[in-house]
Design a protein around this ligand. Structure first.
Ligand SMILES: [Fe+2]
Length: 373
């Protein structure tokens, strides 16, 4: 008989650590298929038992093939129905616990991977908010580091920098985000680092504007700003030592940025035209340049493998990149995905440089929808 944990709850940090350590665990997702399709935990087992559990069916999980030889962590949307699942499994002899706060809380879970930057002396750490799909970057060289698109609490970046012996000297954004609450202003405040944003008049707090062509020094490396409007007008990509390209929401591994958020249909059309030109400039860079995007549409596994590819590869994958301007406009505008939840409130907070009172995941719940593929 398995030893049963006396504490019935697992919090996000604990489950994150178990997955990071590849500890034996069955993550059991009991949500509906529809909810699971939106976002899930990599490697989790799905049993669509939500309605049966909610209805009090004592055999809601009886037919499911759930291994007995490892602890089980039950997951639902907010951490309530997963308690019922845990109780039923415990009654059947499982070592089961429930994830506190469910997938909403999991939104803040993260992992990291070292990303390639072949011709650069810098080390690039891709910090993946796996519960949400946001990718941020810590780039370190000779004791100094910069952070691009901080999407997690400051201590995540501070601890990673400390592990590598780096001091965070600058914090940058690729654009004003609509899908998550930026932590860049807070990170700059906490660390005393300079805060650089693409030149624009959207935000109402102090920052150092970064203009096209400007370069920042990180130890012995150089990060050059390339203005790549389209997803938003200020969208900026950063090129590290002519080797790795941080594209924010302009270009992804399997798609391009959506041009329609906070825009009228006419503005979206104009932005799509700008995006076409920006993408043409980026894809004209050397084909071996490594593409490091601002998002992934799949949860990042705990595999330490970077979400990255070369420009040559992305040109093959993303057929939209080969289209003429007219065909590109027609295609992208026909493929715009549903608007992400709460984007107007998130943009307003990011323009104000504020985080909401209380739990930020209330606003940030839901998948990333910044890409068109
Ligand atoms: Fe975005």
């Amino acid at each position: 008989m398995m030893q049963t944990h006396t504490r019935p709850a697992v919090d996000v940090a604990e489950l994150q650590e178990m997955l990071e350590d590849h500890a034996p665990v069955t993550v059991l997702d009991i949500r509906t298929a529809e909810d699971r399709a939106e976002w899930a935990i990599p490697g989790s087992l799905h049993v669509d038992a939500y309605e049966a559990l909610k209805a009090g069916d004592p055999d809601a999980l009886a037919g499911a093939a759930i291994p007995m030889d490892a602890p089980v962590v039950t997951i639902c949307g907010a951490g309530k129905v997963s308690i019922t699942a845990m109780e039923q499994l415990r009654a059947r002899g499982y070592d089961a616990r429930s994830l506190s706060g469910g997938m909403k809380a999991w939104s803040l879970a993260w992992n990291s991977a070292e990303a390639p930057a072949p011709d650069s002396a810098a080390t690039v750490i891709q910090v993946r908010r796996t519960g949400k799909g946001c990718l941020s970057y810590l780039i370190g060289s000779d004791g100094e580091a910069v952070v691009i698109d901080a999407a997690l609490p400051p201590e995540v970046y501070q601890e990673l920098a400390a592990e590598h012996g780096w001091v965070i000297t600058a914090v940058l954004e690729t654009h004003i985000h609509a899908d998550h609450l930026s932590r860049s202003r807070l990170l700059a405040e906490v660390t005393g680092a300079a805060l650089y944003l693409p030149a624009q008049d959207r935000v109402s707090y102090p920052f150092t504007p970064i203009d096209a062509g400007e370069a920042l020094t990180i130890g012995s490396s150089r990060l050059v700003a390339l203005h790549t409007p389209g997803h938003t007008l200020e969208s900026t990509s950063y090129l590290l030592d002519d080797s790795a390209l941080f594209t924010g929401d302009t270009l992804f591994l399997t798609g391009v940025g959506r041009p329609d958020l906070e825009a009228s249909p006419e503005q979206a059309r104009d932005r799509a035209r700008l995006l076409h030109a920006s993408l043409a400039r980026l894809t004209a860079l050397p084909p071996e340049t490594v593409l490091l995007p601002g998002h992934t549409s799949e949860p990042a596994p705990f595999d330490n493998r970077p979400i990255a590819t070369t420009l040559a590869e992305v040109k093959e994958r993303v057929t939209m990149l080969g289209l003429s301007e007219d065909a590109f406009l027609e295609t992208i505008l026909a493929r715009i995905p549903p608007t992400p939840p709460n984007h107007a409130q998130i943009v307003a907070l990011n323009e104000a440089g504020a985080l909401p009172e209380g739990d930020p995941t209330d606003l940030e719940a839901g998948a990333n929808r910044c890409a068109v593929s």
